[in-house]
Design a protein around this ligand. Structure first.
Ligand SMILES: [Zn+2]
Length: 495
C-alpha cells in the first residue's frame, strides 16, 4: 500500500472512533436514564481522550510530512492531505491540559446557563461566560491567532470566511431586509395559527415519516427519534435525526424535522468511500445549513409542496382542519411575526436575530463590550435590529446555548446558510425548470439529484464562497434571499 492509502485508512479508522463519541452523545439526548449522566460524562471523556491520542500520534505527523512533499498526488489527494494537516496542526498545537480544562469548564458553564435561563438570572452566569470568552481567545492564541481570535472562530465553522467578509454581506442584507420585514408586518393580512390545535402526536409522526421518506431520507441507514431539541448527527452510514412533538403546534415538529432531514440528506449524500477524509466530509456549517434550510423553506413552504401534501395532511387531520380553507392553511404555514426567540422565528425575521448576535460577538471579541454590559446591549440592539425588546434576559441574552459551550462565531453560519440556500434554489430552478411541477406531483428527486451532483458529492472541495461561485455563478450575497422572500411573501401579504 502507498503511504497515501495507509494514511487515509488511518483517517477513516480515527473517524470511525470519533463517530462512536457522536453515538454516545445521540444516546445521551435520546435514551439516557436520568441518573446515568455522570457515567456518560466519563465514557465521553474517555472516548475523546482516545480519539485525540490516536489523531495526534507522531506517526500521523510523519505521514503528513512525507505526503506534503509528494508531487505525484492529484488535486483531490492534495486536498485530503492539506485538510488533515490543518486538523493535525490544530490538535497538536493546543495543549492537552487546555483541552480537558476547556471540556470541564464548558460543561460547568452549560449547567450554569441552564439554571440562569430558568431563573432569569444573568449575573449568576456572567462569570462563566467571561471565562468561556477567555478560553476562546486562549485557543486562538495557540494557533497564532491572538490578534484576530474572532476570525479564527469564524474560520473554524466556515473555512475562508472572516468578520470583514461577513460584515460586508450582512450590511447588504440588513439594508433590504429591514424594510421588507416592515412591509409584511404592516400588512392588514395576518396569518391565523389558532386552527393548529390538538393534533394527535401519533398521527403527526406517521405523516412526518411519509414526508421525510418521500423527500429521500434513507431509513435503512438512518433513524428519527425524539429529543428535547431537534438535531442530526452521524454520517452517511448511520444518520441519526431527532425531533419533538407539540400537540398544539404541529408545524413546529414538521418543519424542524424537514430541516433535520435536509442535514441528513446531505450527510447521506457525501461519498461513502471517502467518509473520514476531506472528500467525504461536509464543507462547513454554512453549506450544511444551506441544505437544511433549502428543504425546510424553499421546498416545504412552497405552494407546490402543499399542492401534493395538503390532501394527505387533511386526511390525517380531518377533524382539526375541517373548517380551515386552503388559503388560511397555507398562510399559517407561512406565518410572519416578530418573536424575541431566534429558534421560534419565521424565515423572514430569523436573520435579524443573527445580525444582532454578530454585532455582539464582534464587540465582545474586540473588547468594546464587557460581559457585564451584555444584557443591556442585547436589549438595546434587539429593539434596533429585530424590532422588539425582550421582556427579560431569559428570552433575551440567555436564550441560546452556543456561548455556554464557548461556541463563538457559529451564529453567522445560520444566516450564510440561508443566503446560500436561496442562491442554490434559483440556480436549481434555472437548470431544472420542471422542479415545481414535479414537486406538485410529489416527486422530489429532481431536487435531491441536483443537490447530490452540485453539492453533496464534492465533500470539502468547495466551501461556501467557492461553492456559490461555482454552482450559481454569483458571489455569496443577500440578493437571492431578498428576491426569494419578496416572491414568496409579498403576494401572500398584499391586500
Ligand atoms: Zn440546522
Amino acid at each position: 500500500m502507498s503511504t497515501y492509502d495507509t494514511f487515509t485508512e488511518d483517517l477513516k479508522r480515527i473517524a470511525a472512533l470519533g463517530s462512536i463519541s457522536g453515538l454516545l452523545e445521540w444516546d445521551e439526548q435520546v435514551n439516557l436514564p436520568p441518573e446515568s449522566a455522570d457515567y456518560r460524562a466519563r465514557q465521553s471523556s474517555a472516548m475523546s481522550e482516545l480519539v485525540h491520542r490516536e489523531a495526534t500520534r507522531s506517526q500521523v505527523g510523519e505521514w503528513l510530512a512525507e505526503l506534503k512533499e509528494d508531487t505525484s498526488l492529484d488535486l483531490d489527494q492534495q486536498l485530503v492531505v492539506s485538510e488533515a494537516g490543518k486538523e493535525y496542526d490544530r490538535l497538536t498545537k493546543i495543549p492537552a491540559d487546555f483541552v480537558s480544562r476547556k471540556a470541564e469548564l464548558t460543561s460547568l458553564a452549560f449547567h450554569a446557563w441552564g439554571k440562569a435561563r430558568a431563573d432569569n438570572d444573568f449575573a449568576s452566569y456572567a462569570p462563566y461566560l467571561e471565562r468561556n470568552l477567555e478560553l476562546a481567545k486562549e485557543e486562538a492564541s495557540y494557533l497564532g491567532r491572538a490578534d484576530d481570535p474572532y476570525d479564527y472562530w469564524i474560520d473554524r465553522f466556515d473555512p475562508g470566511m472572516d468578520a470583514t467578509s461577513i460584515q460586508r454581506i450582512f450590511k447588504g442584507l440588513k439594508d433590504e431586509l429591514v424594510p421588507l420585514v416592515r412591509q409584511i408586518l404592516d400588512s392588514s393580512i395576518k396569518a391565523n395559527t389558532d386552527c393548529m390545535k390538538d393534533f394527535p402526536v401519533d398521527r403527526q409522526e406517521t405523516f412526518l415519516r411519509e414526508v421525510t421518506e418521500r423527500l429521500g431520507f434513507n431509513y435503512r441507514r438512518g433513524r428519527i427519534d425524539r429529543s428535547l431539541h431537534p438535531f442530526c448527527s452521524g454520517n452517511a452510514f448511520d444518520t441519526r435525526m431527532t425531533t419533538r412533538f407539540f400537540k398544539d403546534n404541529p408545524l413546529d415538529s414538521l418543519f424542524s424535522s424537514i430541516h433535520e432531514t435536509g442535514h441528513g440528506l446531505y450527510e447521506q449524500g457525501l461519498p461513502h468511500e471517502h467518509i473520514g477524509t476531506a472528500l467525504g466530509e461536509a464543507a462547513g456549517m454554512a453549506v450544511h445549513e444551506s441544505q437544511s434550510r433549502l428543504w425546510e423553506n424553499q421546498v416545504a413552504r412552497s405552494p407546490e409542496f402543499w399542492k401534493f401534501w395538503e390532501p394527505v395532511y387533511r386526511e390525517t387531520f380531518d377533524q382539526q382542519l375541517s373548517g380551515v380553507s386552503s388559503h388560511d392553511f397555507y398562510l399559517a404555514v407561512n406565518s410572519v411575526a416578530l418573536n424575541p426567540i431566534r429558534v421560534d422565528s419565521d424565515e423572514v425575521t430569523y436573520n435579524l436575530h443573527i445580525l444582532l448576535r454578530f454585532e455582539l460577538e464582534k464587540a465582545l471579541f474586540d473588547g468594546s463590550l464587557a460581559v457585564s454590559d451584555l444584557p443591556e446591549e442585547w436589549n438595546r440592539l434587539s429593539e434596533q435590529i429585530v424590532g422588539l425588546r425582550p421582556r427579560n434576559d431569559s428570552e433575551g441574552v440567555l436564550q441560546d446555548v452556543h456561548w455556554s459551550g464557548a461556541a463563538f462565531g457559529y451564529f453567522p453560519s445560520y444566516c450564510l446558510g440561508n443566503l446560500l440556500a436561496a442562491q442554490l434554489w434559483y440556480a436549481l430552478l434555472e437548470q431544472v425548470p420542471s422542479v415545481p411541477e414535479e414537486m406538485a406531483k410529489g416527486n422530489f428527486s429532481p431536487v435531491l439529484d441536483w443537490l447530490r451532483t452540485n453539492v453533496h458529492q464534492h465533500g470539502r472541495r468547495r466551501f461556501a464562497l467557492e461553492l456559490s461561485k461555482a454552482v450559481t455563478g454569483q458571489d455569496l450575497s443577500h440578493v437571492s434571499l431578498i428576491r426569494y422572500l419578496r416572491e414568496r411573501y409579498l403576494p401572500l401579504y398584499s391586500s
